[in-house]
Design a protein around this ligand. Sequence first.
Ligand SMILES: Cc1cc2nc3c(=O)[nH]c(=O)nc-3n(C[C@H](O)[C@H](O)[C@H](O)COP(=O)(O)O)c2cc1C
Length: 307
Amino acid sequence: MSLSVQLAPKHPQGLLLTNPVMTASGTFGYGTEYSHMFDIQKLGAIVSKGTTLEPRDGNPQPRLAETASGLLNSIGLENIGVNALIKEKAPIWASWHVPVIVNIAGETVDDYKQLASQLEGIAGISGLEINISCPNIKAGSAEFGANPDLAAEVTTVVRKATSLPILVKLTPNTSDIARVAVAVAEAGADAISLINTLKGMAIDLTQRRPLLGNITGGLSGPAIKPVALYMVYEVAGAVEVPVIGCGGITTASDAIEFIMVGASAIQVGTASFANPRAPLDVLEGIEQFMEKEGIKDIADLIGVTRK
Ligand SMILES: Cc1cc2nc3c(=O)[nH]c(=O)nc-3n(C[C@H](O)[C@H](O)[C@H](O)COP(=O)(O)O)c2cc1C
């Protein structure tokens, strides 16, 4: 049975995964936090926590609020910063079999460029995932990914600054996600991942104030799965590059739905908080499904609902 997927077919080195199960940024730390819980080397790829140029403390507490079938978070990109990541995390990753993709986040186009330049040539890093769901502080704090031109601009500068394969991670908080996908693919994205969290909020009735210290946050978990699935379907129909599905994936069945609408790989996010083994459970479930259905190659499942 072959589960391997190529996420950067046009890239000179490519980004070959032994299977389509990845972890979603910000929900699996740097991978190291989970390595004692199960054999993380079995996964297709690990995506690191969002990384910025400088270390960040993140947003005021509380930063998490549970909702019906979902989780609201306003972590605010708390992270150790790119220099510490290069010094402390990359050397560990360099000894791993599983590829690690570094998720990068900036407040200006130049931040993304600098991050990509600093991560160039570092052993242990197999690719970059560009988080364009960040507010652009030079343009009224709208998300970069809400605007196709800005999303393309970020992709272009990163493309020029790195020889690594690049994944561009789309935000659902835009009116036409397929247009943004086409723009970033034309600007040089090797693959497109989606979706990031949906904007949301929740109120504490007794305190008469928002539950999150930051007032608003990002919604993730099973609540967003149908939205994510629809968007992956739309994007996979609009671009030629591989698409990576993410949003509420908790079980192998969820993952297979995304693969059937056109995702070449999937990311498990919030599910890891309730069940740290969730990515491995999803992988094993996909293998069992393929065995039961007599499917020899995962490629035969990708986009079947479109054919
Ligand atoms: C606590 C938390 C932190 C996150 N941090 C990041 C991040 O740093 N960068 C990023 O691109 N996405 C981040 N995300 C978004 C997830 O990677 C994922 O796109 C989203 O949660 C939807 O998938 P899920 O429903 O499986 O969690 C975060 C999500 C959560 C819940």
